[in-house]
Ligand binder design. Structure first.
Ligand SMILES: [Zn+2]
Length: 46
Protein backbone atom coordinates (compact mmCIF):
# COMPACT_ATOMS: atom_id res chain seq x y z
CA UNK A 1 0.00 0.00 0.00
CA UNK A 2 1.25 3.46 -0.76
CA UNK A 3 2.39 5.36 2.27
CA UNK A 4 3.38 9.00 2.32
CA UNK A 5 6.27 10.24 4.42
CA UNK A 6 5.15 10.49 8.01
CA UNK A 7 4.34 14.08 8.82
CA UNK A 8 3.15 14.64 12.40
CA UNK A 9 1.46 17.85 11.36
CA UNK A 10 -0.88 16.18 8.90
CA UNK A 11 -3.81 14.00 9.87
CA UNK A 12 -3.09 10.37 8.88
CA UNK A 13 -6.78 9.70 8.47
CA UNK A 14 -8.11 12.57 6.37
CA UNK A 15 -4.97 14.49 5.41
CA UNK A 16 -6.04 17.76 6.95
CA UNK A 17 -3.45 19.88 8.77
CA UNK A 18 -3.41 19.23 12.50
CA UNK A 19 -3.55 21.86 15.18
CA UNK A 20 -1.30 21.40 18.20
CA UNK A 21 -1.78 22.13 21.86
CA UNK A 22 1.06 22.17 24.38
CA UNK A 23 0.13 19.89 27.28
CA UNK A 24 3.38 20.02 29.24
CA UNK A 25 5.88 22.74 28.50
CA UNK A 26 8.71 21.22 30.55
CA UNK A 27 8.53 17.77 28.95
CA UNK A 28 7.53 19.20 25.57
CA UNK A 29 4.44 17.02 25.46
CA UNK A 30 2.23 18.14 22.61
CA UNK A 31 -1.21 16.98 21.54
CA UNK A 32 -2.08 17.15 17.86
CA UNK A 33 -5.75 17.28 16.99
CA UNK A 34 -7.66 17.24 13.73
CA UNK A 35 -10.62 19.58 13.53
CA UNK A 36 -12.04 17.67 10.59
CA UNK A 37 -12.33 14.08 11.84
CA UNK A 38 -11.55 14.53 15.52
CA UNK A 39 -8.35 12.48 15.60
CA UNK A 40 -6.04 13.27 18.53
CA UNK A 41 -2.48 12.10 18.94
CA UNK A 42 0.14 13.01 21.52
CA UNK A 43 3.86 13.16 20.91
CA UNK A 44 6.71 12.90 23.38
CA UNK A 45 10.44 13.40 22.66
CA UNK A 46 11.37 9.95 23.95
ZN1 LIG B 1 -8.47 14.13 10.28
Amino acid sequence: MAKDAADPRVCPTCGDPLTFEILDDERFLVAWSCLNCGLVRATEPT
